[in-house]
Write a protein that binds this ligand. Sequence first.
Ligand SMILES: [Zn+2]
Length: 179
Amino acid sequence: MRRACPLAVWATVYRVRCPYCHLDDDRVIDSRATDDGTAIRRRRVCNPCGKRFTTYERVEGEETLRVMKKDGRTQPFDRRKMLSGMQVACEKRPVSTEALEAAVNRIHQLLLAEGDREVLSTRIGALVMSELHGLDQVAYVRFASVYRQFKDLDEFMHELRHVIGGGKPGAPDASMDRS
Ligand SMILES: [Zn+2]
């Protein structure tokens, strides 16, 4: 039995053949983008022989990572869109832009490290929720309550703006009217 490891999420995906014993049973012990951001460097350890080796996964360009929406259409992964959605959820909350950018980086790097070219939009939503959960409870609840209904970042952001703005789509001031 393999021991549980904090990096198990990364460790279980995509094994490659060990250059020493040629078996393909390794685990990833470290995974990060190179400084210039053009590759993912993975430090691996071979389970059968215990030797360590490194693999690099090159990012071919902005289009490398695509997001598959509910209806099956795909679009390029857009960091700015994700950041913008999180900023809307964190409006008037004590969460810095730096903290949100760091969260976006973590999500982006995790997705790149997983190696899938296409990522379900629902997966991205779940990752955003998980990050917001650690940053700010109010932002998390805002995001989660709206996101669970929509499961699509475009629709979601449209609706979230209305929710946080205090009105409903098509009736912007109705809920603010106290008379
Ligand atoms: Zn080996």
